[in-house]
Design a protein around this ligand. Structure first.
Ligand code: GAR
Length: 218
């Protein structure tokens, strides 16, 4: 075992964000190791990505549990065995219980495909298009008990094009997801970002409410 910070990643699907983080760990850009990738769905692409990188995987199929509480309790058991410094939700599409969220408060982060606090929940790209938004984007935030509501760490802004569909917009947003998620994980594992009394600091300085901003129009 190394002294590097230890990360557990939770996924439900294709795992492109997981891949971006694996690549950044491999290149040495993120000074950490990923000890476990846990999926609530069997046979998803993200599990294959983890196995190919030599990372331990675990499937906990939520449909085999009688309640959300029972599922989250087993997830806690599996995660705590790894004693992680950071829990990364990378396309993990389950609502979490308060007990689960409180247990990892300040050391659990999520990526959500909108400029939070706008468009919490699902179908964010279509909703942004329907509302005629000139710009859309993606947010990495600390996870709190409020769904998609935790304090922001970093956002990337993506201009909406006149001929965008939900698919084309999602593709451009994903390119930015793969930039800002590894960056946020890097900052956390380097001890640069912290959640203190509901406020995020970077190098000790409080961030504005939106978090750091990566603006692709710059
Ligand atoms: C990503 O687009 C992520 O932003 C989104 O799921 C996708 C997972 O893709 N997350 C959410 O909607 C969370 N509310 P990936 O499995 O290829 O990383």
């Amino acid at each position: 075992m190394s002294d590097l910070p230890n990360i557990v990643v939770l996924i439900s699907g294709s795992g492109t964000n997981l891949q971006a983080i694996i690549d950044a760990v491999r290149s040495g850009d993120i000074p950490a190791r990923i000890s476990l990738v846990l999926s609530n769905r069997p046979e998803v692409k993200g599990l294959e990505r983890a196995r190919q990188a030599g990372i331990e995987t675990k499937v906990l199929d939520h449909t085999e549990f009688t309640s959300r509480e029972a599922f989250d309790a087993e997830m806690i058991r599996q995660i705590d065995r790894q004693q992680p410094d950071l829990v990364v939700l990378a396309g993990f599409m389950r609502i979490l219980t308060g007990d689960f969220v409180r247990r990892y408060e300040g050391r659990m982060i999520n990526i959500h495909p909108s400029l939070l606090p706008k468009y919490r929940g699902l179908h964010t790209h279509q909703r942004a298009l329907d509302a005629g938004e000139p710009e859309h984007g993606v947010t990495v935030h600390f996870v709190t008990e409020e769904l998609d509501g935790g304090p922001n760490i970093i956002q990337a802004v993506v201009p909406v094009q006149p001929d965008d569909t939900a698919e084309t917009l999602a593709q451009r947003v994903q390119v930015h997801e793969h930039l800002i998620y590894p960056l946020a994980v890097k900052w956390f594992t380097e001890g640069r970002i912290r959640l203190t009394q509901g406020e995020v600091t970077l190098d000790g300085t409080p961030l504005p409410p939106g978090g750091c901003l990566l603006d692709s129009r710059d």
